[in-house]
Ligand binder design. Structure first.
Ligand SMILES: NC(=O)C1=CN([C@@H]2O[C@H](COP(=O)(O)OP(=O)(O)OC[C@H]3O[C@@H](n4cnc5c(N)ncnc54)[C@H](O)[C@@H]3O)[C@@H](O)[C@H]2O)[C@@H](O)CC1
Ligand SMILES: [K+]
Length: 484
């Protein structure tokens, strides 16, 4: 798991470490790591041109020291000082000693011919969007030839939330220090941060345990272990699906298919899409009656393609009245937003899977702070909230949060959500903690999208078809890429 640390958590750890290390040592570690990543990205230093955008704080200091490293290796480095009176003195001296120059009043900042632009305008000390002069430079960097690299955080991005209040530096890469900050991987900030590189400056032992995480394949593989010799079709959890209707049978087919393909064992289906499900998946045990006639299950998925009429409401209430984990998706979210008491009163875990418009039905739209919004709704309802998006966020009622690290824009296709809820139901039925099961499902769904999209445009059925292979890859037992 990759911990996502807030500015306050990073500052607290830095204070302890600063007191225990020689003055300037931490900045040297940061700048050396930064220069190393830049050298790797550029492939060489000699003969390259770099422009440093330098603010008046320590973020600018990092950029200056890294620029000095590059200059010492033969790069032509120009520093643009946004606040000359407050530019980091030692960093500036180091850059000059190494042969770097400071852009003079002639304004020759080299941006229109730079190979690399380092954004050291502001880091975790930044507040609000960029001021006009910084915004103008960020805009020129975006349209210029240089590889854009942000120091610690793209300036103008809120490191805690990913909110972008105005202009921000559009980085292709962000080199961040000590810990990944949430704002680099979620919300609008994710688009400005590009690829995130973490430089270890020794903060680890001093950081408070993170309250937000990203899962890796290895974390998710734990939930996808193959059955052992003692297992039978019931032993690892049976999932029940109430999805699809006469008008939308496909939702039932996709949702049950995804559940079956994630962890084959046993999947039961109840409701009016039974014929379509039987035809597509003879392995599924189908009843045309309600959930009560489906037989024993360990988790329910309710809502995809199910409609919002009285019958759908009765089914939702019946499922939520059980003491089993329940995934509330799609149409069932509309119903639950009308009657949140159905969810609030539950003792067993509930996972809600809204996109932004569905989320808004519970009160307010998620806004720029997606982790904060998901946490608030989760606490309010006593449920896990999986807020779908470019980077899906999962929050538990206790504030535990996850930000998804996998996926592709190709997943924005009809039926993709039905597949996600099927995967999630299958993982919940194993008895996994609900928030982690939701995060694992988002991860696997995103990976399936990546696997399927590698072959070209995808429809939701492709995700189901490629799930076994995706599970194999996540477990680390799939075919290597070259053989696939
Ligand atoms: N504390 C430490 O020991 C370390 C700090 N490091 C670096 O230091 C950074 C934090 O440094 P600081 O606390 O000095 O703060 P920053 O350098 O992030 O920002 C503070 C400066 O930015 C200005 N500013 C704030 N918002 C602005 C905006 N919207 N537009 C333009 N200017 C704005 C402030 O007036 C101030 O001059 C980290 O992000 C990291 O890059 C690293 O060197 C690692 C060690
Ligand atoms: K920055």
């Amino acid at each position: 798991m990759i911990g996502l640390s807030t500015v306050a958590e990073v500052r607290a750890a830095e204070d302890v470490l600063l007191a225990a290390t020689r003055e300037g040592a931490l900045m040297q570690r940061a700048a050396t790591g930064l220069a190393t990543v830049c050298l790797r990205l550029l492939g060489r230093a000699h003969g390259t041109r770099a422009t440093l955008l330098v603010g008046g704080g320590n973020n600018g200091g990092d950029a200056l020291f890294a620029g000095a490293h590059l200059a010492a290796r033969g790069a032509r480095v120009t520093a643009v000082l946004l606040d000359p009176a407050r530019a980091h003195p030692a960093g500036l001296a180091a850059l000059r000693r190494a042969g770097g120059r400071v852009a003079g009043p002639d304004g020759d900042d080299g941006l229109d011919r730079a190979d690399l632009v380092l954004d050291g305008i502001v880091g975790i000390g930044g507040r609000g969007g960029l001021r006009p002069e910084a915004a103008r430079l960020a805009q020129r960097a975006a349209t210029g030839p240089g590889l854009t690299v942000a120091v610690d955080v793209p300036s103008g991005v809120d490191a805690d939330t990913g909110a972008v209040g105005g202009a921000a530096f559009p980085a292709l890469h962000t080199v961040t220090f000590g810990a990944v900050k949430p704002g680099l991987v979620v919300g609008e900030g994710r688009g400005y941060a590009g690829t995130v590189h973490l430089v270890d400056i020794g903060l680890g032992p001093h950081l408070a345990p993170a309250r937000a995480h990203q899962l890796t394949d290895a974390d998710v593989a734990v939930h996808l272990e193959p059955p052992g010799p003692g297992d039978d079709k019931y032993s690892r959890g049976v999932v029940g699906v109430v999805a699809g209707s006469a008008a939308y049978p496909g939702a039932g087919v996709l949702c049950t298919g995804a559940a079956l393909r994630t962890r084959p064992g046993l999947v039961r289906h109840a409701g009016p899409a039974g014929d379509a499900v039987r035809t597509a998946w003879p392995e599924v045990i189908v009843t045309d009656g309600g959930p009560g006639e489906a037989g024993r299950v360990q988790a329910w998925v309710v809502g995809p393609g199910a409609g919002t009429d009285d019958a759908a409401r009765r089914v939702l209430a019946e499922v939520l009245a059980t003491d089993l984990p329940v995934v509330v998706d799609a149409d069932a979210l509309t119903l639950a937003a009308r009657e949140p008491a159905l969810v609030r009163g539950r003792g067993a875990p509930t996972v809600l899977t809204p996109h932004d418009r569905e989320f808004a039905r519970f009160g307010e739209p998620p806004g720029a702070d997606r982790i904060g919004s998901a946490r608030r709704l989760a606490a309010d309802l006593g449920a896990v909230v999986l807020l779908k998006g470019d980077a899906t966020v999962v929050a538990g009622p206790d504030g535990t949060a996850f930000v998804n690290a996998t996926g592709t824009s190709d997943l924005a296709t009809a039926g993709s959500g039905d597949v996600l809820s099927g995967i999630l139901g299958s993982l919940l039925a194993t008895g996994a903690p609900a928030a982690e099961a939701a995060a694992a499902a988002a991860h696997l769904h995103g990976r399936a999208g990546q696997v399927a999209a590698a072959a070209g445009p995808i429809v939701a059925g492709d995700l189901v078809r490629r799930l076994p292979e995706t599970v194999g890859r996540v477990r680390g037992t799939g075919l290597p890429d070259s053989e696939a």
